[in-house]
Design a protein around this ligand. Structure first.
Ligand code: HEM
Length: 545
């Protein structure tokens, strides 16, 4: 060995030694810092009220069982622990909140826009669509999609809402006098409406795939809920080899099959020069589908209020395809993700909301009669379709609908990942950064401090003077703040037309008292015992006319 190579070797050895001398303290320091942070995290977490857990697994056992059992267990927990509940699922901290003052800190703040990790189970289905995307992608897509639910666009859908409402009445007329589950009818109807309106696919080109799609979505929601509730189904590699993993592949075939077909047809239609611009303007008195959420203004209100003059607009899928064709960054995959998102969010929520409404009308005949009285005043003896202006007159029906959404919010919880520590306004507790925070809408809507007799169905809870007095975040069926539901106005308008059409045609009965409802949160809140109702035609010839 030469002197020169010895010098080089010595230098290398000393560099290696220096590296280790620096690395080891850095690692130790890093570990100590992580430990201190973790200790702080754990200390803060353990100051929050919640059930005692076991070493290592924490409260994971509380999440075992089917979705009906876990929903019922969580309702019981919420009685025991009040408005803040802490759970450990192994090392992961999950905190449920319900007080509107705390909810406002999360939903009203644009720091906490990122969805929690649990939403990743939606990815094989919805990809990076609006519901789960984050950062710049979410921001730019929201800006693109929100105007496709502009009031002008919604007004142009009224005719289709009417035609489909009438069609579902004709289908349900076959159940005359029998007790049946109305959810499947509502589900199929809302899928078909979405296809015709937001997707612009004409009825002539539709087939039974709407029904098959709705049924596949229901089963997918079940699987997604199971993945959240059952810890062993969480790791992808384990999930894939279970029967649920295999079933998911088949269900996604049906779901994506329909969305791909819809996009293909729309592209063909547009390339044959058939682009449907919507031209209409809003009268000042028609500035909103409802005034129910006017204290919680969001981007949807701003776009309607700031609208001046007559503008050409495109419905959702037309705009998506035009944007992509104009070369703005929107890939075919992104279009598919957004179509899947709108199809899911837009149908299952309204199907559940309308089914709860019908059961409640069946149970509370007095309120049903009052709705029908209001409808008689609007329509008299005529069975003409509803206009947009008519829906603004359906004030009592709207209150009945809002009350159904209060007691049985179709989206019962909303989860976010905390981006920084949050000091809760209700108790002063600090919830540390990194926590999965769950807004328990279903509980917020039943707090005695904010609602008189919260377990009693009372449409007067939504009288404008009562709503104005209440905390704005005490009624959040559509979430609130920058990440509120983009389809809120669409949903309310569509529901008013479907439900008023049903009540004009049928007297609705339901015999099961609310105390016997078996609630199940399969992502969307449903009744495990089924949405059983009975119908009786109001006029003999109504469906024949
Ligand atoms: C009664 C009917 C509906 C209810 C109760 C409802 C409720 C909600 C709620 C609570 C959220 C927030 C979810 C979360 O943050 O995890 C949401 C988001 C969303 N909803 Fe709805 N929704 C309804 C109907 C609709 C309709 C008809 C559409 C579309 C046609 C729609 C499209 C969306 C989209 C795209 C999002 C994600 C928005 C974003 O993250 O920026 N929803 N909805």
């Amino acid at each position: 060995m030469t002197a020169a190579t010895e010098v080089v070797d010595d230098a290398a050895t000393s560099a290696t030694n220096t590296f280790y001398y620096l690395l080891i303290p850095a690692l130790v320091l890093g570990f100590v810092y992580w430990k201190l942070q973790r200790r702080r995290f754990v200390d803060l977490a353990n100051k929050l009220p919640g059930p005692r857990g076991y070493p290592i697994i924490g409260n994971a056992m509380d999440f075992l069982g089917n979705s009906l059992e876990t929903t019922e267990r969580f309702i019981q927990f919420s009685f025991n622990y009040g408005n803040i509940m802490r759970f450990w699922i192994f090392h992961k901290l999950v905190v449920f909140i319900a007080d509107p003052r705390d909810v406002e800190l999360i939903l009203g703040n644009s720091t906490h826009l990122d969805k929690s990790e649990e939403y990743r189970f939606f990815k094989p289905w919805l990809g990076e669509g609006l519901l789960i995307s984050s950062g710049q992608k979410w921001k730019s897509h929201r800006k693109l999609i929100a105007p496709t639910f502009h009031l002008n666009v919604l007004k142009s859908f009224v005719e289709l809402f009417n035609a489909n409402s009438r069609a579902v009445c004709e289908k349900m007329a076959k159940e005359n006098g029998k007790t049946f589950d109305c959810h499947d009818y509502m589900s199929e109807c809302t899928v078909e409406i979405l296809l015709e309106t937001a997707m612009g696919v004409s009825k002539k080109t539709q087939d039974r795939s709407g029904y098959e799609y709705a049924m596949a979505v229901m089963k997918m929601c079940n699987i997604l809920h199971l993945r959240q509730a059952k810890i062993w189904l969480r790791p992808d590699w384990l999930f894939k080899i279970t029967k649920y993993g295999k079933e998911q592949i088949d269900l996604l075939d049906v779901i994506h099959g329909l969305t791909k077909k819809v996009i293909k047809r729309k592209k063909e239609e547009i390339s044959s020069g058939n682009k449907k611009y919507i031209e209409s303007s809003i009268n000042p008195e028609e500035k909103s589908v409802t005034t129910a959420f006017k204290s919680l203004k969001d981007d949807l209100d701003e776009q309607d209020e700031n609208d001046v003059g007559q503008k050409k607009r495109l419905a959702f899928l037309d705009l998506m395809i035009e944007t992509s064709q104009n070369g703005v960054v929107l890939t075919d995959e992104e279009i598919k993700e957004e179509v899947d998102t709108i199809m899911f969010e837009g149908h299952d929520t309204t199907a559940a909301g309308s089914s709860f409404f019908l059961c409640l009308m069946g149970l509370h005949q007095k309120y049903q009669d009052m709705c029908v009285q209001e409808l008689n005043q609007i329509f008299g003896d005529s069975d003409r379709p509803a206009t947009f202006a008519d829906t603004l007159e359906m004030k009592f029906l709207e209150r009945c609908l809002l009350e159904a959404l209060r007691m049985y919010p179709p989206v019962p919880i909303i989860a976010r990942k905390l981006q920084e520590d949050v000091k809760l306004a209700s108790s002063g507790h600090i919830v540390p950064k990194g926590t999965t925070i769950v807004v328990a809408t279903v509980k917020t809507h039943r707090l005695e401090t904010y609602w008189e007799n919260p377990d009693v169905y009372n449409p007067d809870n939504h009288l404008p003077e009562k709503a104005a007095e209440r905390h704005f975040y005490s009624f959040i069926p559509f979430s609130a703040g920058p990440r509120s539901c983009v389809g809120r106005k669409y949903a309310l308008l569509k529901l008013k037309i479907i439900l008023s059409t049903i009540l004009r045609n049928f007297k609705v009965y339901s015999d099961i008292p609310e105390d016997d409802y078996r609630l199940q949160a399969d992502i969307i809140l449903k009744r495990a015992d089924g949405f059983k109702i009975r119908l009786e035609p109001r006029r003999k010839n109504i469906m024949a006319s």
